[in-house]
Design a protein around this ligand. Structure first.
Ligand SMILES: NC(=O)c1ccc[n+]([C@@H]2O[C@H](COP(=O)([O-])OP(=O)(O)OC[C@H]3O[C@@H](n4cnc5c(N)ncnc54)[C@H](OP(=O)(O)O)[C@@H]3O)[C@@H](O)[C@H]2O)c1
Length: 328
């Protein structure tokens, strides 16, 4: 049995806590070190999640020779510099979504990972959720026929505090990059890369998209519709329509525990799933497998997948007129 993979966690906010709780469920993983800008916060986080070491700066984590891979859970505008620092130190990286603020940054990151011969992956955890794997399997079996259209929405009431991440432009706020990325990924997973995009948005007084809707067109006139919102709650469901039937991914679709399979002539069946921990367990196990096999990319979620996704988001932002500091 291979040694446990020694994980580091950088940026100890909300998602880092959920991820660390799932790391403990993974028998192949060890939470080796955590890093915050605040040493006391790091010490408390390390005690809560039984981390071996803790640091009061990100650099110390990136330079720790004992760490195999760093999970980066800082706000989006920091993903680029935090990832580059880790890669420069020959550390493998799992970086939260979105991989970066724009395609240019993401391309530099994936190029750097290749140059250094180091594993890099965007933490698109949906790809590894058992129900999503099942949806792919059903589509591949031909049960719902040829996929023609996907639809997905993701909406919640965002914390209105302009200093907090969701509405704060300096912290990469806005619904597209934060949650619209999930229905966009659903379309990419089942239909590929869009050839044409239409989009519309509502903006908050902090200058970010509080609501976004986009219609995407793919090869052979296939379509997808996506919505994201911080202004109102939406059902947060996903649909994959084929020419023989469709799949409904129940809320929240991006880590759903229930799929309904419909044939057009009659209702077919529901499939229920158990989710281990918070659902991050599955991407953790997949990344561990890649590291044990000395892979530089995850074949289930490659650099190209990330680059296609961020490229579509760049295009949508251009249409709605949303620019961040990183674009200039
Ligand atoms: N996969 C998922 O399900 C999921 C869910 C939520 C969020 N995310 C992604 O994870 C990332 C973090 O989201 P979150 O909700 O965990 O955010 P959060 O609670 O605000 O935590 C972000 C952490 O980043 C660090 N940080 C470094 N510079 C910062 C700055 N200038 N301002 C604020 N924080 C700074 C802080 O950690 P220290 O104080 O310890 O340095 C902070 O606690 C985002 O990119 C988001 O898209 C993913």
């Amino acid at each position: 049995m291979p040694d446990k993979i020694k994980w580091g966690v950088m940026g100890l906010g909300k998602i880092a806590g959920k991820f660390a709780a799932d790391l403990i469920l993974s028998e192949n993983s060890l939470l080796y070190a955590v890093a915050s800008r605040d040493i006391d916060k790091a010490k408390k986080f390390a005690a809560k999640h039984s981390a071996v070491n803790y640091y009061g700066s990100y650099r110390e984590l990136a330079e720790d020779p004992g760490v195999d891979i760093v999970y980066i859970a800082t706000p989006h505008p920091l993903h680029y510099e935090n990832t580059m620092m880790c890669l420069e130190n020959n550390k493998a990286v799992l970086v939260e979504k979105p991989i970066a603020m724009n395609y240019k940054q993401a391309k530099e990151m994936t190029d750097k990972a290749k140059e250094k011969g180091v594993f890099l992956m965007e933490a698109m955890w949906s790809r590894f959720i058992p129900s999503i794997e099942k949806a792919l399997e059903i589509v591949d079996s031909g049960e719902i026929g040829e996929v023609i259209y996907t639809k997905g929405d993701f909406g919640f009431i965002g914390d209105p505090d302009p200093e907090k991440r969701v509405y704060n432009k300096k912290l990469g706020g806005g619904s597209l990059l934060d949650i619209g990325i999930y229905p966009l990924y659903l379309s990419q997973l089942f239909l590929g890369t869009p050839e044409k995009i239409q989009a519309t948005a509502r903006f908050s007084n902090t200058g970010v998209d509080s609501f976004l809707a986009a219609l995407l067109e793919f090869k052979n006139n296939k379509k997808a519709f996506i919505e994201s919102s911080f202004e109102f709650l939406t059902p947060t469901e996903g649909f994959i329509f084929g020419d023989k039937g469709f799949l409904k991914l129940h809320t929240r679709f991006h880590h759903t525990t229930k799929i309904s399979v419909y044939h057009y002539e009659d209702f077919a069946r529901d499939i229920n799933f158990d989710l281990k921990g918070n659902g991050y367990y599955y991407e953790i196990e997949s990344v561990n497998k890649c590291l044990n096999e000395k892979l530089l990319e995850n074949p289930k979620y490659t650099h190209s997948d990330s680059l296609n996704l961020i490229s579509s988001m760049d295009k949508i932002r251009k249409i709605i007129g949303l620019e961040y500091d990183a674009d200039n």
